[in-house]
Design a protein. Structure first.
Length: 179
């Protein structure tokens, strides 16, 4: 391979990124259901949460969302998870097919409620999840919205105890149909 051939892919990649930056367009990619590079999202980097869409986030199709919260974000025990989503998201969730997994194992849930009007899903485990635990919230049998696009899902948690206030943990920037 000549030196010129070796430099061509790097040059084209640099040119594409520079073009997006010059035009002020946000870069968001989706690679096989995983979040890609996100620039200019409006969410601080330390608040971005990882996720995976098992069936590639095709608009209008069924999917499984794996929303992850790292152990470092779980600084206290959690008795409730609340996941909010924007009014631009027109997908459908299956309340009976939502679970919380710790170390790959599903834990028992007391209740799952989907408040469509306020765009929030509340999940109550039977027993509080200990601090410093990596959590995966799995939404199976989701009907992706037909409009696709980028949707910001926010994770809020409530700790067991006296003050029943939800605390922001982070944001999943979910891309539907952005392949």
């Amino acid at each position: 391979m000549s030196l010129k051939q070796a430099r061509t892919p790097r040059f084209l990649s640099a040119l594409a990124i520079a073009g997006c930056l010059a035009l002020g367009m946000p870069i968001a990619t989706l690679a096989q259901g995983l979040p890609g590079l996100t620039i200019f999202s409006g969410v601080d980097r330390e608040n971005l949460l990882g996720y995976r869409l098992d069936f590639d986030g095709r608009p209008g199709s069924r999917d499984r969302y794996r929303l992850r919260i790292p152990a470092r974000k779980m600084d206290t025990a959690v008795s409730q998870f609340a996941i909010t989503y924007p009014d631009t998201y027109r997908g459908e969730f299956d309340e009976d097919d939502i679970e919380i997994r710790i170390s790959g194992d599903s834990i028992p849930l007391d209740e799952v409620t989907w408040d469509r009007e306020n765009r929030v899903i509340e999940i109550y485990p039977v027993t509080p999840i200990p601090a410093d635990t990596r959590v995966e919230i799995v939404f199976s049998n989701v009907r992706n919205p037909t409009n696709g696009g980028t949707h910001y899902f926010n994770a809020l948690v409530q700790t067991p105890g006296d003050v029943p206030l939800l605390r922001y943990v982070g944001t999943w920037i979910v891309n539907i149909g952005s392949q």
